[in-house]
Write a protein that binds this ligand. Structure first.
Ligand code: GLU
Length: 407
């Protein structure tokens, strides 16, 4: 048994149960192959192929030119916190004020800080599966236990009130909700949230993290709703997380934000002030322009994504062995590939599981996707359709050929 005094340096014990992010790893691998000149189409990363709008880019350049390049308060500059609070009031009917808002380096840091600020050994976090890859590992980094609750395509991949009730216990600290969801596009209507709220009222120890990052990518007839607005009596234990990354095509700028009870926001601010300090000042000016500027292009982008969703679902549904449910939002499809397991590729590889499928698809057909196992649901794959139409068409043709070639 090695000890920390051995010559070989050891990471902290809390890292022992944490694995790298599969979405980040697969995307980095695809980028490396493309840079090396390989013919790879990456449908692995969850990021819009649209450019950050021109008025947002100009605001950032203006900030640099004006010398707005210094520290801001660690939880964000006051103008941006006011704009975020106004966004939550205007778009979500959540009674946010600048005091109940925090701005971080992406939604990812905001979620991490919330979990780190509240969890310890023995605490439990209920996470419906399929889930975004980072939730369980962030919980483990905070030395707590993820409690994974499977959901089914037949239920729209949504957590039912009964399943929630069964998963909650005396050690439950959080429920994580993500709607529209990554990777399935699960969409919780107001009535679904009202049913969960009924259960949550009986469990006052449970906080709820509502990850609304895909809010603007909700496809009719699904109508976006958020728990703190559906059940205002629970708002003092709901952290509503959002950001500019997905809505405004600003993934690389790293600006996320949240509103929630003041004690929680203060605890998250404390962590941020002792770790990263403020998110990039220039990015904050860009985010301010995004929130305060024109919003009309969001509807146009949504129409483009919805058209791509329909095209991808239709194309995948014609492939024997693939079953592709229709997502209600976000920009992913999460088709089952169980019908193809056990077959062999032209190159002789056995498609034993979704990970083998994704690897073979990348190496033999040049399409990068993320295996479902990374999202807590084996037997499926995640494709992002936030890619240019030509790239999508080429990828769909390669996937069809690859699947047809399996024996
Ligand atoms: N959330 C995106 C995804 O799932 C971005 C990558 C990440 O941070 O996981 O692909």
């Amino acid at each position: 048994m090695p000890t920390r005094s051995d010559a070989q340096p050891l990471p902290a014990p809390r890292l022992a149960r944490v694995k790298p992010s599969a979405t980040v790893t697969v995307s980095a691998r695809a980028s490396a192959l493309i840079e090396a000149g390989e013919d790879v189409i990456a449908l692995s990363a969850g990021e819009s192929d649209f450019d950050t709008p021109a008025h947002v880019r100009r605001a950032a350049i203006g900030a640099i030119e004006r010398g707005a390049t210094r520290y801001t308060p660690p939880d964000g500059m006051s103008a941006l916190k006011a704009a975020v609070a106004a966004k939550f009031r205007r778009e979500n009917a959540i009674a946010a004020t600048p005091e109940t808002v925090i701005v971080g380096n992406g939604g990812k840091q905001v979620i991490f800080n919330a979990l780190l600020a509240t969890l310890g050994p023995g605490d439990e976090v209920v996470i419906p599966a399929p889930y975004w890859v980072s939730y369980p590992d962030m919980v483990r980094l905070a030395e707590a236990e993820p409690v994974i609750v499977p959901t089914r395509p037949a239920d729209g991949w949504k957590l039912s009130a009964d399943a929630l009730e069964a998963a909650l216990g005396p050690r439950t600290r959080w429920l994580i909700l993500n709607s529209p969801g990554n990777p399935t596009g699960a969409g919780y209507e107001a009535a679904d949230l009202a049913a969960l709220a009924e259960v949550l009222r009986r469990h006052p120890q449970v906080l709820v993290l509502s990850d609304d990052i895909y809010e603007h990518l909700a496809y009719p007839p699904f109508r976006f709703a958020t728990l703190a607005a559906v059940a205002p009596d629970l708002a003092d234990r709901v952290l509503t997380v959002n950001g500019v990354s997905k809505a405004y095509a600003m993934t690389g700028w790293r600006i996320g934000y949240a509103t929630g009870p003041e004690w929680l926001i203060a605890a998250m601010r404390l962590i941020q002030s002792q770790s990263t300090s403020n998110p990039c000042t220039i990015s904050q000016h860009a985010a301010l322009a995004a929130l305060e500027g024109p919003q009309d292009f969001l509807a146009e982008w949504r129409r483009v994504f919805m058209r791509r969703r329909d095209r991808v679902v239709a194309a995948l549904s014609t492939i024997e062995g693939i079953d592709c449910p229709v997502p209600q939002g976000a920009f992913y499809v999460f088709p089952a590939i169980e019908g193809l397991l056990g077959r062999r590729t032209k190159g002789g590889r056995l498609i034993a599981d979704d990970t083998a499928f994704a690897l073979a698809l990348l190496e033999e057909a040049g399409v990068a996707v993320v295996p479902g196992a990374a999202f807590g649901h084996a037997g499926a794959i995640r494709l992002s359709y936030a890619a240019a139409d030509e790239a999508l068409e080429a990828a769909l043709a390669r996937i069809a050929d690859f699947c047809a070639s399996l024996r």
